[in-house]
Ligand binder design. Structure first.
Ligand SMILES: O=C(O)C(=O)C[C@]1(C(=O)O)C=C[C@@H](O)C=C1
Length: 192
């Protein structure tokens, strides 16, 4: 039952706003949302483990990226940069899901005992897409400054991983998820 409640509120184990300390610095809010999306991946994995649903769903990935493209355009965010960052979010989600599948297969006692509803989880992911795009807009000037961005990103990642008590799997996925945060704009600018 607690897990079912967690899914309707959209957060794995606690409300997002309950973390007393948040990732620090100018990229703190963005990094907090990236971590929240990684934690929702635990719920996605729980919804699929032991079912016929594969971790990878190309049609759903295309829908996520289409939403990103559309909302980025509407918000005045560089759409190609936003898509690159969201491709990394999807890669990171699959990294978490595969890691958890491996863990739960090796240690069945750690496997989830209830199966959350994937449709509800995807609604939560769609909301996170909107929230993330707001933060991509807010951080666009900083993300264009390579050194300032990477300093802020390291600060946010280290503090975020600590306050959220991320395990190795989720820390590695966080690295994947932030790969394009400081580079995507720059590449887009270079390419034009
Ligand atoms: O919605 C799912 O089924 C997920 O696994 C989440 C997600 C995503 O990160 O948005 C990741 C992998 C899938 O290929 C599709 C989408």
């Amino acid at each position: 039952a607690p897990q079912a409640v967690a899914v309707t509120t959209g957060v794995s184990t606690k409300p997002a706003s309950s973390a007393a300390v948040k990732p620090l610095g100018k990229l703190g809010p963005l990094t907090g949302l990236i971590i929240e999306r990684l934690l929702v991946s635990d719920d996605v994995a729980a919804s699929k483990f032991g079912t016929d649903s594969p971790i990878e769903d190309p049609l759903r990935e295309a829908q996520v990226l289409e939403q990103v493209r559309r909302q980025a355009g509407a918000a005045g965010v560089d759409a190609e940069a936003a898509v690159a960052i969201f491709r990394d979010q999807i890669t990171a989600s699959k990294q978490v899901q595969r890691g958890l599948f491996d863990r739960w297969t090796a240690h069945p006692d750690e496997a989830p005992t209830t199966r959350p509803d994937l449709g509800q989880i995807r609604t939560r992911l769609d909301q996170l897409t909107t929230d993330l795009l707001v933060e991509l807009k807010n951080t666009e000037p900083l993300r264009g400054k390579p050194i300032g961005c990477s300093v802020q990103l390291t600060l946010a990642e280290v503090t975020g991983a600590a306050v959220e008590r991320l395990d190795t799997l989720h820390r590695q996925a966080l690295r994947t998820a932030t790969d394009s945060v400081c580079g995507a704009n720059e590449l887009a600018a270079d390419g034009s």
